[in-house]
Ligand binder design. Structure first.
Ligand code: HEM
Length: 207
């Protein structure tokens, strides 16, 4: 297996990694808006509720597919090196949060897929109204689907709020680098930027 390392001058993630990062971030944000709204609609809004559930499921499966591509890309392409000033503790903390983010997004998508597979009503999932997405066969076969669905819904909802906490930590860390440490680390994830953390550090050294 060939693992692509970054060339000496590379200070940014590859364009593929950047597009996947921001695309998935936007889709996850939409899940956090649509998910709580659709589950709190009254019976009077049944048509809207159905549409939103289908949208939430479609976006969720899209996230699952994009995350799989992203994971393969991440395994094959090493991220650009961090500035030397970043401490070992910070590196370890960021590795834990990044691993947690990857793992939780996968787990949440699989949990959501399990919820719809366990539904006693057996409602099909139509990706963006076009493609039928199958249910997970062994969950579909469970003897007490009602109990399984109730349990999986609860874990999916709690899991979503754990993910939200990790995302908040991730964003706070990025803002801390940008506005307190001023090391310009954030530019590694910005496409076509002329800024880099080296230039930012150089500016700091002159002050
Ligand atoms: C990163 C991906 C996902 C996130 C962040 C997410 C987030 C959420 C949130 C916040 C809720 C509302 C929980 C509540 O307040 O009760 C929810 C509900 C739900 N999600 Fe997801 N979700 C994701 C993926 C999926 C996927 C892939 C599916 C299915 C294919 C799915 C199916 C559902 C269903 C059916 C509900 C309603 C559960 C109920 O009726 O209580 N989700 N999701």
């Amino acid at each position: 297996m060939t693992v692509h390392t970054h060339r000496a001058g590379d200070k940014r993630y590859s364009l593929v990694a950047i597009v996947l990062h921001w695309g998935i971030a936007a889709l996850i944000t939409s899940q956090f808006i649509v998910g709580p709204v659709m589950t709190r609609l009254s019976d009077a809004d049944i048509a809207l509720q159905f549409t939103l559930y289908q949208f939430h499921k479609s976006v969720g499966i899209t996230i699952l597919i994009l995350m799989s591509i992203r994971l393969v890309w991440r395994i094959l392409h090493k991220p650009p090196p961090l500035p030397e000033a970043v401490s070992e503790t910070t590196i370890t903390a960021s590795k834990i949060v990044h691993f947690g983010l990857y793992a939780l997004v996968f787990i949440l998508c699989l949990l959501g897929w399990s919820v719809v597979s366990a539904s006693p009503y057996n409602i099909p999932t139509l990706l963006f109204g076009e493609v039928v997405w199958p249910h997970i066969w062994f969950i579909e076969q469970l003897p007490d689907k009602q109990a399984a669905e109730t349990f999986l819904k609860t874990v999916h909802a709690y899991g979503a709020y754990v993910l939200l906490t990790l995302v908040a930590l991730h964003v706070l860390a990025a803002l801390h680098h940008q506005f307190f440490l001023k090391d310009g680390l954030i530019w590694r994830m910005v496409p076509f930027s002329s800024q880099s953390y080296n230039k930012t550090n150089a500016k700091k050294e002159k002050v």
